[in-house]
Design a protein around this ligand. Structure first.
Ligand SMILES: O=C(O)CCC(=O)C(=O)O
Length: 231
């Protein structure tokens, strides 16, 4: 992301989070908050989830028929505790050991603030996507590495990779944007109609309509013509 995009996204997230907080619409877990419906609120978010390079990487991994199963801002306020070691949806909803193929989720974590050693940067245990199992806490603690970087950087992670957030020991909030890309046949966890604005979809690219599952099935087709990538 460019400096301007980061600045705009951060200001908007703070403004929308404030409004949603007042209305009791934010999902809160201790000092952690999640803000949804952003794509319907400003073009900067719609553009971000369609970033050409990111989508090319996702397509190479998931195949051509993927959707955006989730998109939210994750705000870790000072003293936010760890999320807990996990694999991403849909894996955590399945019985372990998980299938390695086809890959069922790729998460993109955009850093909207600098991720530093003390402000809640995520922890990843390298190579654990190859284990394809529920995380083991002790093993995670021995091998996990903190991913730091400058605002605007994107982390692209395999849904099977064991990860967590670290404690925000700083005196400022740390914001990330989370995009969860999944094959089209996975039922998303998040409701893509939350805060829906028809104008966003009317003015959107066919790609965004597909990503948000607003493309309509033709009445003349018996089955969905999905491309499967199983190797
Ligand atoms: O906000 C972050 O740094 C990561 C959050 C995360 O790992 C998740 O929601 O699965």
């Amino acid at each position: 992301m460019s400096y301007e995009e980061v600045k705009k996204a951060k200001n908007l997230i703070q403004e929308f989070a404030y409004k949603d907080r007042e209305k009791g619409k934010l999902i809160r877990q201790g000092a952690k908050e999640r803000l949804y419906g952003l794509i319907y609120k400003d073009d900067v978010f719609a553009k971000l989830v369609q970033d050409k390079l990111i989508l090319a990487i996702i397509e190479a991994i998931l195949g051509s028929d993927f959707v955006l199963g989730g998109f939210s801002a994750h705000i870790l306020h000072p003293n936010a505790q760890r999320m807990g070691v996990h694999v991403d949806y849909p894996y955590w909803a399945m019985a372990s050991p998980f299938p390695k193929h086809p890959i069922l989720e790729i998460q993109v974590i955009w850093m909207i603030d600098d991720f530093t050693s003390d402000n809640g940067a995520p922890l990843f245990a390298p190579g654990t996507q190859n284990l394809a199992t529920t995380p083991n806490f002790d093993r995670f603690e021995q091998t996990a590495e903190k991913i730091t970087g400058t605002a605007g950087t994107a982390i692209i992670s395999h849904g099977l990779s064991w990860h967590d957030t670290s404690i925000n020991k700083s005196d400022r909030s740390r914001i990330s944007l989370l995009g969860n890309y999944t094959p089209e046949y996975i039922h998303p966890l998040e409701n893509n109609l939350f805060d829906f604005q028809s104008t966003t979809i009317e003015n959107s690219t066919p790609q965004l309509r597909k990503l948000l599952r607003h493309s309509w099935m033709s009445k003349n087709e018996q089955i969905y013509g999905m491309q499967f990538k199983n190797s």
